[in-house]
Design a protein around this ligand. Structure first.
Ligand SMILES: O=P(O)(O)OC[C@H]1O[C@H](O[C@H]2O[C@H](CO)[C@@H](O)[C@H](O)[C@H]2O)[C@H](O)[C@@H](O)[C@@H]1O
Length: 363
């Protein structure tokens, strides 16, 4: 199936199934310092508040009160419906694509990559309460028995490990910038997998986190989260309401983006991206969930290997970096893109139904 950029990724969770073969672009063992080629320049000062605002509005189902208000508006519901139909036309349900996925996996080593929020756990208002269900944990545990399995999340590593509670998995926290092998593994090399490509940013992120906490303290509903190598400013519970001041009008969301950008002006080595009702502050290194996927494949000994099939399930814009890894494959015919329903509802069924066990050959 060819790639279609039909709707933002957050409208539905997506399963991307890709047969790997991309060449490694980083050395392993990992470099101590970050080579220049991984450092990119982003202009945080540019970009208008209005375009950020549009993007914030489109960034995820919002909290219940606003969702109820939206539901009362027929044109909006209609356009959302049309948008979803477009997406599912090009990305049919992963469950209905199951046979095709199994066929594509024949003779290949499956490696499973799973995003956390919105994929394994439902989206909730309080980020600290995004628990995954026992059924989901059981499904992931079963998959990890048969295939190397990694959780790739924007959250800090410790938090996601604490939520998932499965010692046999690989974890990549902070959008892939904090990678750790399984504590429990049959394979000696696995536990040694450790990589923190943005370690020099640790003090900077901590300072920015504290500054953001302070600058946003008068915005009701905002939540600032320290994700170790990145930080999140959540606006899911911030009322978008417009405030009028003489002749000009600003919204709470508008002031929030201005506050965040004013902090970041002082940090040219940080960049701003967006997830589901969240602004993400990240180092400008060229490292993301896609690079984490490539790194883990290489650590597992699958660099340049045509007989491996990574399966990545994710629901957010940052997961698209991992989906793009599949675009560089030599054999696009063996790539399948499919979708699960919004949130984690269908993911658990899909993970349960994962293709039949294949031998995990150690690196
Ligand atoms: O890569 P992920 O595992 O999907 O993490 C991305 C962000 O997820 C969390 O925020 C999202 O989920 C919250 C709980 O459901 C929700 O309240 C919030 O609106 C979502 O954006 C997490 O709190 C962030 O730190 C992650 O970056």
């Amino acid at each position: 199936m060819t790639k279609q950029n039909v709707v933002p990724a957050e409208a539905v969770a997506t399963v991307t199934v890709a047969a790997a073969g991309s060449s490694p672009i980083f050395p392993y063992p990992p470099p101590i310092s970050i080579p220049n080629k991984y450092v990119s320049q982003f202009d945080l000062v540019s970009g208008r508040t209005s375009s950020w605002l549009e993007s914030m509005k489109a960034s995820s189902p919002t909290h219940p009160k606003v969702a109820a208000a939206l539901a009362a508006s027929v044109p909006i519901v209609d356009s959302v419906f049309k948008m979803r139909s477009g997406w599912t036309m090009w990305h049919p349900s992963a469950l209905s694509q199951f046979d095709q996925i199994v066929r594509a996996s024949k003779g290949k080593q499956i490696v499973m990559f799973l995003d956390y929020d919105g994929t394994l756990s439902p989206i909730v208002e309080d980020p600290d309460s995004a628990f995954m269900s026992n059924a989901m944990r059981k499904a992931v545990r079963e998959v990890a028995r048969d295939f190397p399995t990694a959780i790739v999340s924007g959250r800090c590593l410790d938090k996601v490990v604490d939520f998932v509670k499965l010692a046999e998995l690989y974890y990549a926290g902070s959008h892939g910038m904090d990678i750790k092998g399984p504590e429990k593994s049959r394979h000696a090399k696995a536990a040694k997998v450790l990589f923190q490509p943005a370690s020099e940013f640790l003090p900077m992120i901590d300072t920015v986190y504290k500054t953001l906490l302070d600058r946003t303290k008068f915005t009701p509903g905002v939540k600032v989260e320290n994700n170790k190598f990145c930080a999140s400013v959540h606006f899911r519970c911030v009322d978008e309401k417009v405030r009028y001041h003489f002749t000009s009008a600003t919204s709470n969301w508008g002031s929030l983006i201005d506050q965040v950008r004013s902090v970041l002006k002082e940090y040219p080595r940080l960049r701003l991206t967006q997830g589901r009702k969240v602004l993400e502050i990240r180092p400008t290194i060229k490292w993301d969930k896609g690079k984490a996927l490539e790194f883990l494949l290489e650590s597992l000994g699958f660099a340049n290997c045509k007989d491996v099939m990574p399966i990545y399930i994710g629901d957010d814009r940052t997961d698209e970096d991992a989906f793009k890894v599949g675009e560089g494959l030599l054999d696009p015919a063996s790539r399948v893109e499919a979708s699960t329903s919004e949130g984690s509802v269908e993911s658990v069924d899909w993970i349960h139904a994962a293709p039949p066990p294949m031998k995990f050959s150690d690196a």
